[in-house]
Design a protein around this ligand. Sequence first.
Ligand code: PEP
Ligand code: MN
Length: 348
Amino acid sequence: MVIVMEVGAAEEQIAAASNKLIELGFQVHRIDGVNQSILGAIGDKRGLNARQLEILPGVREIVEITKPYKLASREFKPDDTVIRLGGVSLGGRELVLMAGPCSVESEEQIETIAQLVAAQGGKILRGGAFKPRTSPYSFQGLGEDGLKLLRQAADAYGLLTITEVMDSSQVELVAQYADIFQIGARNMQNYSLLRAVGRSERPVLLKRGLAATIDEWLMAAEYILSEGNYQVILCERGIRTFSDYNRFTLDLGAIPVVKRLSHLPVIVDPSHAAGLRERVLPLARAAIAAGADGLIVETHNRPDEALSDGPQALLPEQLAQLSSELATIGRAVGRVFEAPVLSDVSPN
Ligand code: PEP
Ligand code: MN
């Protein structure tokens, strides 16, 4: 249930309503909008007389949330969530490009790629240090050394970092190097991990599970939000279907659906859906046209030598093409993508 306060309700009135909810056994999540505050009350409503709340000074109305997810729903928060982080804003008009290799492999590799990403207007450098590989014998990532290299390369080119955290025991370590946590598709329903990142202050990019419905995905987001971390970014990365020509089927139709059901930003990973680099750009274009707030793509300076996901890594010239198309397609759908400033890509 949501308690909508009057426009301009006094701070004491908001606090009193919040205390009343706590006294009644609810967990309270407060969201302050431009003009108005709302209190999300999560808990058992049986036996509650809503009149008790309606008559409190400063309370405008009580709205029931009909969806199984509460804090993630638009019923709870009608306005889009915009995540602001180090000069980048995600979920507003601006389109955000996150790019980098699948895995951090060496200092030379990540530095070279960071430069390419910065040169193409990318704001966030991706790169896995803990890799969820199908085979236990495949490259598993460089661990903490990889995190250090990612941070160093990002800092050299004024980028933010995003990297996967695979287990709740890694949250503290990864937080030392990552600006955004990535929860991988295979971990979308790892509830102890979701709760752990929910207790942190870092934004979390939550990939959709390989076979997750939209409701399951939003319920996974709810785990993070319910711990008090409201900075969740949803990421569609392709799901398993009977279509076997691509690695996964990018569910483009999910973008407008999720944007309507939830206020959270939605970004798309066309790389893992495509599986092959020639297919990444067509999917990326479609994703932006369908309303995504940005993209996360894999790119590599020497993809033939990549230790993971080489075949889907964009070549540097393809990343450049993507960047220019982001500006063009973005403009057509009322979004902006900051064109790269080519003179500004030397290391700091
Ligand atoms: C990745 O981003 O490299 C990755 C493993 O993604 P996903 O969890 O979507 O498979
Ligand atoms: Mn990958």
